[in-house]
Structure formats: structure tokens, C-alpha cells
Design a protein around this ligand. Structure first.
Ligand SMILES: C[S@@+](CC[C@H](N)C(=O)[O-])C[C@H]1O[C@@H](n2cnc3c(N)ncnc32)[C@H](O)[C@@H]1O
Length: 232
């Protein structure tokens, strides 16, 4: 008999990607205001571009980019996530995407191939790994192209509930996102800008089974007590 899923995976994103990809997909599908793709489209022209989307997950970022790009290749390490992405592309009749297995640290493409490389919430946090990803992304990008990394703001893990999830003392100790920003700007000369978004889940049940499932029991208790349906 299939095992009952737990109430939460307590921030074990590795388990989420491997064992509960549908749950990640439901979380990724909750509309953001503004949508990340709209923020990016205001600043970058994806029209007719060949794009490599690294850490393509269940396909949300890849399919959004494919609306204006010529072709988007999603690169993803986790088989279960790629399977969901492919299923969504078929369901949506999206013909200009492909999903390939591979690692951001050793990109399986030749030099100077892509017009753009994107990484939308790619979870790499060790300085050496971030640097390796950046070097690889730049290697496969044509001269004059762009590498775009979208991450969570420093001290904003899980958004406004960061101190509930991590505990008030730990929230400013954990600066993984600040490390990403520093490596990309200081070592590789990336420029950066911030944008602010919120997600509206529509009901307490929906936010508990997606956001709560990922971010843990403390988050679930808070969401229920405060009857929250929106995360900033
Ligand atoms: C937060 S999800 C983002 C998915 C997608 N970009 C989106 O916007 O919904 C991060 C994805 O990156 C993948 N990932 C983690 N480390 C990776 C690596 N080193 N190379 C390629 N993919 C990786 C995970 O398996 C996961 O599917």
C-alpha cells in the first residue's frame, strides 16, 4: 500500500524534489504578485532567444520563459521533477521546451551555445558551488548574452515567516542568500536588483498543504492560528 505522506517535510527540500514533486508543483503554481516572469520581462528581452533554464524543477520557470523564447532547455538533476515538467509541457501543448538531466556544476553543453542562461531559485549556497555554477553558466552563454539568477532575499527564508520557521535567534545567523549575492556580484561582477512579491493561496487548507508542508510544523501552527492565506 502507498505510504501516507507526512503533514510536513520540515524543510527537507531534497525529499520534496525526490518524493513529493507534485507538492512542489502545487506550491510553484500559486500565483505571485508580481509574477517573476513579468519582472524579468520588463528588464530582459526573451523574444526568439535560445535559453538554458538551470534547476528547472517541475517546469514552472521553463514554461513561463517559453511563452516568448524560441526554445528553452530545462536542466534538472532530479528525475521526479523532470517527469512532472514534461507532463505539464505535454498537457499545455508547449512544443518549444525540452528537459534534460544534468547538474548546474557541470553543464552538459558546449561553450557559447545559449543566448541566455536562467536559474530561478536554484538551491546552491556554498561559495565554491555558487562560483562553479556561475563559471559554467558563463561558459555556455554566447558573448553579449546574459546569465540571470533569481533568489530569495537575505534573511527572507520562507518570506515573512522566516523568524517563525527558523526561530528569532537563528533568523539573522542564516545568511545563505547573502552568500549567493556576494559571490555573484563581488567575484563575477553581476549587477542586482530587488523586487518584492506576495503569494495568495486562497484558503488556509491550501496554504497548509503546500507552503506549510514544506516549511514545517511551526509554520503550520502559525498559519492556522492566524488564519493566514497570503505570504509576503
Ligand atoms: C526551487 S526549485 C526551482 C524550480 C523552477 N526553476 C521553478 O521556478 O519552479 C529548484 C530545483 O533545482 C534543482 N537542483 C538543485 N540542485 C541542482 C543542481 N546542482 N543542478 C541542477 N538542478 C538542481 C532541484 O532538484 C529543484 O528541482
Amino acid at each position: 500500500m502507498p505510504k501516507e505522506p507526512p503533514a510536513t517535510i520540515e524543510n527537507r527540500w531534497d525529499l520534496l524534489y525526490r518524493d513529493y514533486p507534485e507538492r512542489y508543483d502545487a506550491f510553484a503554481a500559486v500565483p505571485k504578485t508580481p509574477q517573476t516572469i513579468d519582472v524579468l520581462t520588463d528588464r530582459f528581452d526573451f523574444t526568439d532567444k535560445l535559453i538554458l533554464d538551470i534547476g528547472s524543477g517541475s517546469g514552472a520557470s521553463t514554461l513561463a520563459l517559453a511563452e516568448s523564447a524560441r526554445t528553452v532547455i530545462g536542466l534538472e538533476v532530479e528525475d521526479a521533477m523532470r517527469a512532472i515538467a514534461l507532463r505539464s509541457a505535454i498537457t499545455e501543448g508547449c512544443m518549444n521546451v525540452a528537459f534534460v538531466p544534468g547538474n548546474a556544476l557541470d553543464i552538459p553543453f558546449k561553450d557559447d551555445l545559449f543566448d541566455m542562461v536562467t536559474a530561478i531559485t536554484l538551491p546552491l549556497f556554498l561559495p565554491a558551488e555558487i562560483a562553479q555554477f556561475a563559471a559554467e553558466a558563463l561558459r555556455v552563454t554566447k558573448a553579449g548574452g546574459a546569465v540571470i539568477n533569481v533568489g530569495i532575499a537575505p534573511f527572507w527564508y520562507g518570506g515573512e515567516l522566516a523568524s517563525v520557521i527558523l526561530g528569532a535567534e537563528r533568523v539573522t545567523e542564516v545568511d545563505t542568500e547573502g552568500v549567493v549575492q556576494r559571490v555573484l556580484t563581488e567575484q563575477f561582477g553581476f549587477s542586482h536588483f530587488d523586487f518584492f512579491a506576495h503569494q495568495e493561496y486562497g484558503s488556509v487548507d491550501k496554504i497548509v498543504e503546500t507552503y506549510g508542508f514544506i516549511f514545517g510544523q511551526k509554520a503550520i501552527d502559525y498559519l492556522k492560528t492566524e488564519a493566514k492565506t497570503r505570504i509576503h
